[in-house]
Design a protein around this ligand. Structure first.
Ligand code: GAP
Length: 516
Protein backbone atom coordinates (compact mmCIF):
# COMPACT_ATOMS: atom_id res chain seq x y z
CA UNK A 1 0.00 0.00 0.00
CA UNK A 2 2.87 2.37 0.88
CA UNK A 3 4.35 1.69 -2.55
CA UNK A 4 0.99 2.37 -4.15
CA UNK A 5 0.54 5.69 -2.41
CA UNK A 6 4.05 6.68 -3.58
CA UNK A 7 2.97 5.84 -7.12
CA UNK A 8 -0.17 7.95 -6.67
CA UNK A 9 1.81 10.94 -5.38
CA UNK A 10 4.15 10.59 -8.32
CA UNK A 11 1.24 10.50 -10.73
CA UNK A 12 -0.32 13.67 -9.29
CA UNK A 13 3.04 15.47 -9.48
CA UNK A 14 3.60 14.21 -13.04
CA UNK A 15 0.20 15.53 -14.11
CA UNK A 16 1.13 19.01 -12.93
CA UNK A 17 4.72 19.04 -14.15
CA UNK A 18 3.80 17.97 -17.67
CA UNK A 19 0.70 20.10 -18.15
CA UNK A 20 -2.01 17.46 -17.76
CA UNK A 21 -3.91 18.65 -14.68
CA UNK A 22 -3.73 21.68 -12.40
CA UNK A 23 -5.63 22.42 -9.20
CA UNK A 24 -8.42 24.90 -10.01
CA UNK A 25 -7.74 28.51 -8.90
CA UNK A 26 -4.34 27.49 -7.59
CA UNK A 27 -3.15 31.07 -7.06
CA UNK A 28 -5.94 31.43 -4.48
CA UNK A 29 -4.82 28.20 -2.77
CA UNK A 30 -7.13 26.11 -4.92
CA UNK A 31 -10.76 25.07 -4.87
CA UNK A 32 -11.23 21.66 -3.33
CA UNK A 33 -12.12 18.79 -5.69
CA UNK A 34 -12.15 21.01 -8.79
CA UNK A 35 -9.42 20.67 -11.41
CA UNK A 36 -8.33 22.24 -14.70
CA UNK A 37 -6.91 20.29 -17.64
CA UNK A 38 -3.67 21.70 -19.04
CA UNK A 39 -2.42 21.65 -22.65
CA UNK A 40 -1.60 17.92 -22.69
CA UNK A 41 -4.52 17.00 -20.45
CA UNK A 42 -7.12 18.56 -22.71
CA UNK A 43 -5.72 16.74 -25.76
CA UNK A 44 -5.70 13.39 -23.97
CA UNK A 45 -9.19 13.91 -22.55
CA UNK A 46 -10.56 14.91 -25.97
CA UNK A 47 -9.04 11.77 -27.52
CA UNK A 48 -10.56 9.65 -24.78
CA UNK A 49 -13.99 11.19 -25.35
CA UNK A 50 -13.60 10.68 -29.09
CA UNK A 51 -12.80 7.00 -28.52
CA UNK A 52 -15.92 6.61 -26.40
CA UNK A 53 -18.09 8.55 -28.87
CA UNK A 54 -16.88 6.62 -31.88
CA UNK A 55 -17.27 3.26 -30.12
CA UNK A 56 -20.79 4.09 -28.95
CA UNK A 57 -22.29 6.33 -31.68
CA UNK A 58 -20.28 5.94 -34.88
CA UNK A 59 -20.02 2.13 -34.57
CA UNK A 60 -23.72 1.61 -33.76
CA UNK A 61 -26.39 2.43 -36.30
CA UNK A 62 -28.96 2.38 -33.53
CA UNK A 63 -27.25 4.84 -31.18
CA UNK A 64 -27.48 8.58 -31.78
CA UNK A 65 -25.96 11.57 -30.00
CA UNK A 66 -27.32 14.45 -27.97
CA UNK A 67 -25.96 17.54 -26.23
CA UNK A 68 -28.56 18.68 -23.71
CA UNK A 69 -28.21 21.81 -21.57
CA UNK A 70 -26.80 21.64 -18.05
CA UNK A 71 -29.75 23.59 -16.65
CA UNK A 72 -33.07 21.78 -16.76
CA UNK A 73 -36.54 22.57 -15.50
CA UNK A 74 -36.45 22.07 -11.70
CA UNK A 75 -39.31 19.56 -11.89
CA UNK A 76 -36.88 17.25 -13.75
CA UNK A 77 -35.09 16.57 -10.48
CA UNK A 78 -38.30 16.00 -8.57
CA UNK A 79 -39.41 13.39 -11.12
CA UNK A 80 -36.00 11.71 -11.24
CA UNK A 81 -36.00 11.33 -7.44
CA UNK A 82 -32.86 13.42 -6.97
CA UNK A 83 -34.56 16.10 -4.82
CA UNK A 84 -35.74 13.46 -2.34
CA UNK A 85 -33.19 10.71 -2.63
CA UNK A 86 -29.86 11.92 -4.03
CA UNK A 87 -28.29 12.02 -0.60
CA UNK A 88 -25.19 10.77 1.11
CA UNK A 89 -25.17 9.93 4.83
CA UNK A 90 -22.98 12.51 6.55
CA UNK A 91 -21.34 12.28 9.97
CA UNK A 92 -19.13 14.77 11.84
CA UNK A 93 -16.48 14.06 14.40
CA UNK A 94 -17.10 16.33 17.37
CA UNK A 95 -13.44 16.49 18.41
CA UNK A 96 -11.67 16.87 15.10
CA UNK A 97 -14.57 18.76 13.46
CA UNK A 98 -13.90 16.66 10.36
CA UNK A 99 -16.75 15.57 8.14
CA UNK A 100 -17.09 12.06 6.69
CA UNK A 101 -19.49 9.89 4.74
CA UNK A 102 -20.86 7.32 7.19
CA UNK A 103 -21.07 4.68 4.44
CA UNK A 104 -17.40 5.22 3.53
CA UNK A 105 -16.34 4.79 7.17
CA UNK A 106 -18.06 1.39 7.23
CA UNK A 107 -16.59 0.47 3.85
CA UNK A 108 -13.17 1.46 5.21
CA UNK A 109 -13.75 -0.95 8.12
CA UNK A 110 -14.50 -3.75 5.63
CA UNK A 111 -11.37 -2.90 3.63
CA UNK A 112 -9.34 -3.25 6.84
CA UNK A 113 -10.69 -6.79 7.30
CA UNK A 114 -9.77 -7.57 3.67
CA UNK A 115 -6.28 -6.22 4.41
CA UNK A 116 -5.98 -8.59 7.41
CA UNK A 117 -6.95 -11.54 5.20
CA UNK A 118 -4.38 -10.55 2.57
CA UNK A 119 -1.72 -10.27 5.28
CA UNK A 120 -2.44 -13.83 6.50
CA UNK A 121 -2.25 -15.11 2.93
CA UNK A 122 1.07 -13.38 2.28
CA UNK A 123 2.55 -14.72 5.55
CA UNK A 124 1.49 -18.24 4.60
CA UNK A 125 2.82 -17.87 1.06
CA UNK A 126 6.26 -17.03 2.46
CA UNK A 127 6.07 -19.93 4.92
CA UNK A 128 4.98 -22.63 2.45
CA UNK A 129 6.84 -21.43 -0.65
CA UNK A 130 6.11 -23.23 -3.94
CA UNK A 131 3.76 -25.77 -2.35
CA UNK A 132 1.35 -23.01 -1.19
CA UNK A 133 -2.27 -23.56 -2.24
CA UNK A 134 -3.90 -20.14 -1.81
CA UNK A 135 -7.47 -21.21 -2.56
CA UNK A 136 -7.31 -24.04 -0.02
CA UNK A 137 -5.71 -21.77 2.58
CA UNK A 138 -8.45 -19.15 2.16
CA UNK A 139 -11.10 -21.85 2.65
CA UNK A 140 -9.57 -23.61 5.65
CA UNK A 141 -7.33 -21.34 7.73
CA UNK A 142 -9.10 -20.58 11.03
CA UNK A 143 -8.12 -16.92 11.22
CA UNK A 144 -9.01 -16.26 7.57
CA UNK A 145 -12.35 -18.03 7.94
CA UNK A 146 -13.14 -15.90 11.01
CA UNK A 147 -12.27 -12.67 9.18
CA UNK A 148 -14.36 -13.72 6.19
CA UNK A 149 -17.36 -14.39 8.41
CA UNK A 150 -17.00 -11.02 10.09
CA UNK A 151 -16.70 -9.31 6.69
CA UNK A 152 -19.84 -11.02 5.38
CA UNK A 153 -21.85 -10.10 8.49
CA UNK A 154 -20.82 -6.45 8.22
CA UNK A 155 -21.49 -6.42 4.47
CA UNK A 156 -25.01 -7.83 4.80
CA UNK A 157 -25.98 -5.56 7.66
CA UNK A 158 -24.55 -2.53 5.88
CA UNK A 159 -26.34 -3.34 2.59
CA UNK A 160 -29.63 -3.65 4.48
CA UNK A 161 -29.11 -0.30 6.26
CA UNK A 162 -28.25 1.43 2.98
CA UNK A 163 -31.26 -0.01 1.19
CA UNK A 164 -33.56 1.19 3.98
CA UNK A 165 -31.57 4.43 4.39
CA UNK A 166 -31.54 3.68 8.12
CA UNK A 167 -29.37 6.50 9.50
CA UNK A 168 -29.84 5.57 13.16
CA UNK A 169 -28.81 1.98 12.36
CA UNK A 170 -25.70 3.31 10.60
CA UNK A 171 -24.67 5.36 13.63
CA UNK A 172 -25.23 2.31 15.88
CA UNK A 173 -23.04 0.26 13.58
CA UNK A 174 -20.22 2.84 13.63
CA UNK A 175 -20.36 2.85 17.46
CA UNK A 176 -20.53 -0.94 17.80
CA UNK A 177 -17.63 -1.54 15.41
CA UNK A 178 -15.71 1.17 17.29
CA UNK A 179 -14.87 2.94 14.05
CA UNK A 180 -12.60 5.90 14.72
CA UNK A 181 -11.86 9.12 12.83
CA UNK A 182 -9.20 7.90 10.33
CA UNK A 183 -7.20 11.12 10.84
CA UNK A 184 -7.29 11.48 14.64
CA UNK A 185 -8.58 8.24 16.18
CA UNK A 186 -11.46 9.98 17.98
CA UNK A 187 -14.77 8.07 18.34
CA UNK A 188 -16.81 11.09 19.38
CA UNK A 189 -19.37 11.14 16.54
CA UNK A 190 -22.53 13.17 15.84
CA UNK A 191 -25.71 11.51 14.57
CA UNK A 192 -25.81 10.56 10.87
CA UNK A 193 -27.70 13.05 8.66
CA UNK A 194 -28.75 13.03 5.03
CA UNK A 195 -26.94 15.51 2.79
CA UNK A 196 -28.30 16.31 -0.68
CA UNK A 197 -25.53 16.36 -3.26
CA UNK A 198 -27.10 18.73 -5.79
CA UNK A 199 -25.73 22.25 -6.26
CA UNK A 200 -28.37 24.90 -6.78
CA UNK A 201 -28.46 28.40 -8.18
CA UNK A 202 -31.11 31.05 -8.96
CA UNK A 203 -32.79 31.68 -12.30
CA UNK A 204 -32.64 35.33 -13.49
CA UNK A 205 -34.24 37.69 -10.98
CA UNK A 206 -36.78 35.21 -9.58
CA UNK A 207 -36.16 34.93 -5.85
CA UNK A 208 -36.89 31.95 -3.61
CA UNK A 209 -37.90 28.36 -4.36
CA UNK A 210 -39.65 29.29 -7.61
CA UNK A 211 -36.43 30.40 -9.30
CA UNK A 212 -34.31 27.57 -7.89
CA UNK A 213 -32.31 25.72 -10.53
CA UNK A 214 -30.04 22.73 -10.06
CA UNK A 215 -26.76 22.00 -11.77
CA UNK A 216 -27.37 18.54 -13.19
CA UNK A 217 -25.85 15.75 -11.08
CA UNK A 218 -26.00 13.33 -14.05
CA UNK A 219 -26.37 13.86 -17.80
CA UNK A 220 -28.92 11.06 -18.12
CA UNK A 221 -31.99 13.19 -17.41
CA UNK A 222 -31.32 15.38 -20.47
CA UNK A 223 -31.63 12.18 -22.50
CA UNK A 224 -34.86 11.02 -20.83
CA UNK A 225 -36.74 14.27 -21.31
CA UNK A 226 -35.68 14.30 -24.99
CA UNK A 227 -36.55 10.66 -25.60
CA UNK A 228 -39.54 11.34 -27.87
CA UNK A 229 -37.91 14.28 -29.67
CA UNK A 230 -34.98 12.09 -30.66
CA UNK A 231 -37.06 9.00 -31.46
CA UNK A 232 -39.39 10.95 -33.71
CA UNK A 233 -36.73 12.98 -35.52
CA UNK A 234 -34.45 10.00 -36.14
CA UNK A 235 -37.29 7.44 -36.66
CA UNK A 236 -35.32 4.93 -34.59
CA UNK A 237 -37.05 1.69 -33.67
CA UNK A 238 -36.52 -0.04 -30.33
CA UNK A 239 -33.99 -1.10 -29.24
CA UNK A 240 -32.02 2.11 -29.71
CA UNK A 241 -29.75 4.33 -27.67
CA UNK A 242 -29.00 8.00 -27.04
CA UNK A 243 -25.47 8.96 -26.03
CA UNK A 244 -24.18 12.13 -24.46
CA UNK A 245 -20.97 13.58 -23.05
CA UNK A 246 -21.23 16.49 -20.66
CA UNK A 247 -20.51 18.10 -17.33
CA UNK A 248 -22.16 16.98 -14.11
CA UNK A 249 -21.92 18.51 -10.64
CA UNK A 250 -22.10 16.93 -7.18
CA UNK A 251 -21.45 18.55 -3.84
CA UNK A 252 -19.41 15.58 -2.62
CA UNK A 253 -19.00 15.51 1.17
CA UNK A 254 -15.56 14.00 1.10
CA UNK A 255 -13.71 14.76 -2.09
CA UNK A 256 -10.31 13.14 -2.09
CA UNK A 257 -8.09 11.15 -4.37
CA UNK A 258 -7.41 13.80 -6.99
CA UNK A 259 -9.73 13.56 -10.02
CA UNK A 260 -11.35 10.34 -8.77
CA UNK A 261 -14.07 12.18 -6.87
CA UNK A 262 -14.68 15.73 -8.05
CA UNK A 263 -17.38 18.33 -7.52
CA UNK A 264 -17.43 19.26 -11.21
CA UNK A 265 -16.75 16.40 -13.60
CA UNK A 266 -17.67 15.00 -16.98
CA UNK A 267 -19.81 11.97 -17.74
CA UNK A 268 -20.11 9.84 -20.87
CA UNK A 269 -23.54 8.23 -20.67
CA UNK A 270 -25.69 6.16 -22.97
CA UNK A 271 -29.34 5.26 -22.33
CA UNK A 272 -30.48 2.23 -24.31
CA UNK A 273 -34.28 1.99 -24.72
CA UNK A 274 -35.64 -1.55 -24.91
CA UNK A 275 -38.88 -3.50 -24.90
CA UNK A 276 -39.95 -4.33 -21.29
CA UNK A 277 -38.96 -7.88 -20.43
CA UNK A 278 -35.80 -7.81 -22.58
CA UNK A 279 -33.83 -5.55 -20.23
CA UNK A 280 -31.72 -8.29 -18.61
CA UNK A 281 -30.60 -9.55 -22.01
CA UNK A 282 -29.44 -6.02 -22.92
CA UNK A 283 -27.96 -5.44 -19.49
CA UNK A 284 -25.70 -8.48 -20.02
CA UNK A 285 -24.93 -7.37 -23.56
CA UNK A 286 -23.77 -3.93 -22.43
CA UNK A 287 -21.79 -5.38 -19.53
CA UNK A 288 -19.72 -7.42 -21.98
CA UNK A 289 -19.49 -4.68 -24.62
CA UNK A 290 -18.24 -2.10 -22.17
CA UNK A 291 -15.68 -4.49 -20.68
CA UNK A 292 -14.32 -5.10 -24.20
CA UNK A 293 -14.01 -1.32 -24.69
CA UNK A 294 -11.75 -1.15 -21.63
CA UNK A 295 -9.70 -4.18 -22.60
CA UNK A 296 -9.10 -2.80 -26.12
CA UNK A 297 -7.04 -0.05 -24.48
CA UNK A 298 -4.57 -2.68 -23.36
CA UNK A 299 -5.65 -2.50 -19.70
CA UNK A 300 -4.44 -5.73 -18.03
CA UNK A 301 -7.54 -7.92 -17.42
CA UNK A 302 -6.54 -8.50 -13.78
CA UNK A 303 -6.91 -4.75 -13.16
CA UNK A 304 -10.58 -4.78 -14.16
CA UNK A 305 -13.46 -6.61 -12.52
CA UNK A 306 -17.24 -6.55 -12.25
CA UNK A 307 -18.81 -5.72 -8.91
CA UNK A 308 -22.55 -6.26 -8.47
CA UNK A 309 -24.28 -3.61 -6.36
CA UNK A 310 -25.41 -4.78 -2.92
CA UNK A 311 -27.83 -1.88 -2.52
CA UNK A 312 -29.57 -0.62 -5.63
CA UNK A 313 -30.18 3.05 -6.48
CA UNK A 314 -33.80 4.18 -6.33
CA UNK A 315 -34.22 3.73 -10.10
CA UNK A 316 -32.50 0.36 -10.74
CA UNK A 317 -33.51 -3.31 -10.76
CA UNK A 318 -29.96 -4.49 -11.50
CA UNK A 319 -26.64 -2.69 -11.36
CA UNK A 320 -23.00 -3.55 -11.75
CA UNK A 321 -19.80 -1.53 -11.62
CA UNK A 322 -16.75 -2.08 -13.75
CA UNK A 323 -14.04 -1.56 -11.16
CA UNK A 324 -10.44 -0.68 -11.92
CA UNK A 325 -7.47 -1.19 -9.63
CA UNK A 326 -6.45 2.43 -9.01
CA UNK A 327 -3.26 3.07 -6.98
CA UNK A 328 -5.57 3.24 -3.92
CA UNK A 329 -7.36 -0.07 -4.61
CA UNK A 330 -10.24 -1.42 -6.71
CA UNK A 331 -12.87 1.31 -7.19
CA UNK A 332 -15.81 2.04 -9.47
CA UNK A 333 -14.86 3.24 -12.92
CA UNK A 334 -18.13 2.74 -14.79
CA UNK A 335 -21.70 1.82 -13.87
CA UNK A 336 -24.11 -0.29 -15.91
CA UNK A 337 -27.66 0.01 -14.64
CA UNK A 338 -30.97 -1.50 -15.60
CA UNK A 339 -33.14 1.56 -14.83
CA UNK A 340 -36.52 -0.06 -15.67
CA UNK A 341 -39.14 2.48 -16.83
CA UNK A 342 -38.63 4.53 -13.66
CA UNK A 343 -37.37 7.75 -15.25
CA UNK A 344 -39.63 7.90 -18.30
CA UNK A 345 -42.71 6.98 -16.23
CA UNK A 346 -41.92 9.60 -13.57
CA UNK A 347 -41.42 12.33 -16.18
CA UNK A 348 -44.61 11.24 -17.92
CA UNK A 349 -46.54 11.47 -14.68
CA UNK A 350 -45.17 14.83 -13.51
CA UNK A 351 -45.20 16.58 -16.90
CA UNK A 352 -48.53 15.12 -18.02
CA UNK A 353 -46.91 14.43 -21.46
CA UNK A 354 -46.88 10.92 -22.87
CA UNK A 355 -43.40 9.40 -23.17
CA UNK A 356 -44.40 6.20 -24.91
CA UNK A 357 -43.27 4.23 -27.91
CA UNK A 358 -45.56 2.61 -30.44
CA UNK A 359 -44.19 -0.86 -31.13
CA UNK A 360 -45.27 -1.82 -34.67
CA UNK A 361 -44.48 -5.51 -34.09
CA UNK A 362 -46.66 -5.77 -30.98
CA UNK A 363 -49.10 -3.13 -32.22
CA UNK A 364 -49.12 -1.46 -28.79
CA UNK A 365 -47.87 1.59 -26.93
CA UNK A 366 -45.65 1.28 -23.89
CA UNK A 367 -43.04 3.12 -21.82
CA UNK A 368 -39.68 1.57 -22.77
CA UNK A 369 -37.27 0.12 -20.24
CA UNK A 370 -33.76 1.53 -20.10
CA UNK A 371 -30.30 0.05 -19.74
CA UNK A 372 -27.67 2.68 -19.00
CA UNK A 373 -23.90 2.74 -19.34
CA UNK A 374 -22.28 5.59 -17.43
CA UNK A 375 -18.61 6.40 -17.10
CA UNK A 376 -16.79 9.46 -15.76
CA UNK A 377 -14.36 10.91 -18.33
CA UNK A 378 -12.11 12.14 -15.52
CA UNK A 379 -12.08 8.82 -13.70
CA UNK A 380 -11.28 7.10 -16.98
CA UNK A 381 -8.46 9.62 -17.51
CA UNK A 382 -7.06 8.71 -14.09
CA UNK A 383 -7.25 4.99 -14.80
CA UNK A 384 -5.48 5.47 -18.14
CA UNK A 385 -2.67 7.44 -16.55
CA UNK A 386 -2.25 5.07 -13.61
CA UNK A 387 -1.80 2.23 -16.08
CA UNK A 388 0.42 4.14 -18.43
CA UNK A 389 2.92 5.89 -16.16
CA UNK A 390 6.01 3.74 -15.84
CA UNK A 391 9.46 4.44 -14.50
CA UNK A 392 12.00 2.21 -16.18
CA UNK A 393 15.72 1.83 -16.55
CA UNK A 394 17.19 2.19 -19.98
CA UNK A 395 19.86 -0.50 -20.22
CA UNK A 396 22.98 0.23 -22.27
CA UNK A 397 21.37 3.19 -23.95
CA UNK A 398 23.19 6.15 -25.43
CA UNK A 399 20.17 8.28 -24.45
CA UNK A 400 20.54 10.80 -21.62
CA UNK A 401 20.39 9.36 -18.10
CA UNK A 402 19.62 5.74 -17.32
CA UNK A 403 16.04 5.90 -16.07
CA UNK A 404 13.04 7.40 -17.73
CA UNK A 405 9.42 8.19 -16.90
CA UNK A 406 7.32 7.10 -19.82
CA UNK A 407 3.59 7.28 -20.44
CA UNK A 408 2.77 4.13 -22.38
CA UNK A 409 -0.56 5.40 -23.67
CA UNK A 410 -2.30 3.76 -26.62
CA UNK A 411 -0.87 5.78 -29.58
CA UNK A 412 -4.37 6.74 -30.76
CA UNK A 413 -5.01 8.52 -27.44
CA UNK A 414 -1.61 10.15 -26.96
CA UNK A 415 -1.88 13.97 -26.74
CA UNK A 416 1.00 14.52 -29.20
CA UNK A 417 1.41 11.91 -31.92
CA UNK A 418 4.81 12.90 -33.18
CA UNK A 419 7.68 15.25 -32.25
CA UNK A 420 10.13 16.66 -34.75
CA UNK A 421 13.58 17.24 -33.24
CA UNK A 422 16.73 18.62 -34.88
CA UNK A 423 19.81 16.78 -33.66
CA UNK A 424 21.58 20.06 -32.94
CA UNK A 425 19.78 23.31 -32.23
CA UNK A 426 22.57 25.63 -33.32
CA UNK A 427 22.77 24.26 -36.85
CA UNK A 428 20.59 26.49 -39.01
CA UNK A 429 20.31 23.94 -41.81
CA UNK A 430 18.99 21.23 -39.41
CA UNK A 431 16.56 23.62 -37.74
CA UNK A 432 15.20 24.81 -41.07
CA UNK A 433 14.77 21.26 -42.37
CA UNK A 434 13.07 20.10 -39.15
CA UNK A 435 10.71 23.09 -39.17
CA UNK A 436 9.74 22.27 -42.75
CA UNK A 437 8.85 18.67 -41.80
CA UNK A 438 6.87 19.86 -38.77
CA UNK A 439 4.95 22.41 -40.87
CA UNK A 440 3.80 19.58 -43.16
CA UNK A 441 3.00 16.98 -40.48
CA UNK A 442 0.88 19.34 -38.38
CA UNK A 443 -1.84 19.16 -41.05
CA UNK A 444 -2.31 15.46 -40.24
CA UNK A 445 -2.00 15.14 -36.46
CA UNK A 446 -0.93 16.91 -33.28
CA UNK A 447 2.77 17.48 -33.56
CA UNK A 448 5.54 19.15 -31.51
CA UNK A 449 8.64 20.89 -32.72
CA UNK A 450 11.36 21.15 -30.06
CA UNK A 451 14.99 22.27 -30.23
CA UNK A 452 15.44 23.46 -26.65
CA UNK A 453 17.83 20.80 -25.36
CA UNK A 454 20.11 17.88 -26.14
CA UNK A 455 18.43 15.10 -28.12
CA UNK A 456 18.43 12.81 -25.06
CA UNK A 457 16.57 15.41 -22.99
CA UNK A 458 14.10 16.01 -25.81
CA UNK A 459 13.34 12.27 -26.00
CA UNK A 460 12.75 12.14 -22.22
CA UNK A 461 10.35 15.07 -22.41
CA UNK A 462 8.33 13.38 -25.15
CA UNK A 463 8.38 10.02 -23.29
CA UNK A 464 6.94 11.75 -20.23
CA UNK A 465 3.90 13.00 -22.16
CA UNK A 466 3.46 9.73 -24.07
CA UNK A 467 4.44 10.84 -27.60
CA UNK A 468 4.62 7.59 -29.58
CA UNK A 469 7.04 8.79 -32.28
CA UNK A 470 10.04 11.15 -32.40
CA UNK A 471 11.46 12.19 -35.75
CA UNK A 472 15.09 13.19 -35.58
CA UNK A 473 16.61 15.38 -38.26
CA UNK A 474 20.40 14.90 -38.57
CA UNK A 475 23.16 15.63 -41.06
CA UNK A 476 22.27 12.60 -43.17
CA UNK A 477 18.80 14.14 -43.60
CA UNK A 478 20.40 17.06 -45.40
CA UNK A 479 22.13 14.67 -47.79
CA UNK A 480 19.41 12.15 -48.65
CA UNK A 481 16.04 13.35 -47.22
CA UNK A 482 15.76 10.58 -44.66
CA UNK A 483 15.08 10.89 -40.91
CA UNK A 484 15.08 8.50 -37.97
CA UNK A 485 11.81 7.52 -36.34
CA UNK A 486 12.17 6.54 -32.69
CA UNK A 487 9.39 4.45 -31.21
CA UNK A 488 8.49 5.38 -27.62
CA UNK A 489 8.15 1.96 -25.95
CA UNK A 490 10.97 -0.01 -27.58
CA UNK A 491 13.14 3.11 -28.19
CA UNK A 492 14.23 1.49 -31.45
CA UNK A 493 15.09 3.79 -34.30
CA UNK A 494 14.51 3.28 -37.97
CA UNK A 495 15.73 5.40 -40.87
CA UNK A 496 13.02 6.26 -43.37
CA UNK A 497 12.49 8.70 -46.24
CA UNK A 498 10.76 11.92 -45.14
CA UNK A 499 8.07 11.24 -47.73
CA UNK A 500 6.97 8.12 -45.80
CA UNK A 501 6.75 9.63 -42.31
CA UNK A 502 3.20 10.96 -42.51
CA UNK A 503 1.78 7.66 -43.74
CA UNK A 504 3.72 5.58 -41.19
CA UNK A 505 2.66 7.67 -38.19
CA UNK A 506 -0.95 8.08 -39.36
CA UNK A 507 -1.31 4.33 -39.72
CA UNK A 508 0.08 3.66 -36.21
CA UNK A 509 -2.01 6.30 -34.39
CA UNK A 510 -5.27 5.47 -36.13
CA UNK A 511 -8.20 4.96 -33.73
CA UNK A 512 -9.32 2.00 -35.83
CA UNK A 513 -6.83 -0.13 -33.87
CA UNK A 514 -8.89 0.46 -30.73
CA UNK A 515 -12.30 0.27 -32.37
CA UNK A 516 -11.63 -3.00 -34.15
N1 GAP B 1 -26.48 8.23 -14.52
C1 GAP B 1 -25.99 7.30 -13.59
C2 GAP B 1 -24.95 7.83 -12.71
O1 GAP B 1 -24.67 9.01 -12.69
P1 GAP B 1 -23.13 7.11 -10.97
O2 GAP B 1 -22.65 5.73 -10.61
O3 GAP B 1 -23.53 8.02 -9.88
O4 GAP B 1 -24.34 6.87 -11.99
C3 GAP B 1 -21.57 7.26 -13.05
O5 GAP B 1 -22.01 7.83 -11.84
C4 GAP B 1 -20.07 7.46 -13.22
O6 GAP B 1 -19.76 8.85 -13.12
C5 GAP B 1 -19.21 6.78 -12.15
O7 GAP B 1 -18.97 5.43 -12.47
C6 GAP B 1 -17.95 7.61 -12.20
O8 GAP B 1 -17.10 7.17 -13.26
C7 GAP B 1 -18.47 8.99 -12.53
N2 GAP B 1 -18.58 9.82 -11.30
C8 GAP B 1 -19.59 9.83 -10.41
N3 GAP B 1 -19.36 10.72 -9.44
C9 GAP B 1 -18.17 11.29 -9.72
C10 GAP B 1 -17.37 12.30 -9.08
N4 GAP B 1 -17.78 12.92 -7.98
N5 GAP B 1 -16.18 12.62 -9.65
C11 GAP B 1 -15.77 12.02 -10.78
N6 GAP B 1 -16.47 11.08 -11.42
C12 GAP B 1 -17.66 10.71 -10.91
Amino acid sequence: MAQQSELFKKLVAHCKEYGFIYQSSEIYDGLSAVYDYGPNGVLLKNNLKEYWWKAMVQMHENIVGLDAAIFMHPKTWVASGHVDAFNDPLIDNKDSKRRYRADQLIEGYMEKIEGKIDKEVEKARKRFGDSFNEALFRETNDRVVKYKEEHENVRLRFADLMTRQDLVGMKDMIDELEIADPETGSRNWTEVRQFNLMFSTQLGNIAGEEGKLYLRPETAQGIFVNFLNVQKTTRQKLPFGIAQIGKAFRNEIVARQFIFRMREFEQMEMQFFVRPGTEMEWYNHWKETRMKWHLALGTPPEKLRFHDHDNLAHYANAAVDIEFEFPFGFKELEGIHSRTDFDLSSHQQLSGKKLQYFDPELNENYVPYVVETSIGADRMFLSLLSNALIEETVPGSDEDGNTRDVLKLPPALAPIKCAVLPLKRNEDALVEKARGIFDELKFSFTCHYDDTGSIGKLYRRQDAIGTPFCITVDFETLENDTVTIRERDSMTQQRVPIAQVEKMVSEKVDMRHLLK
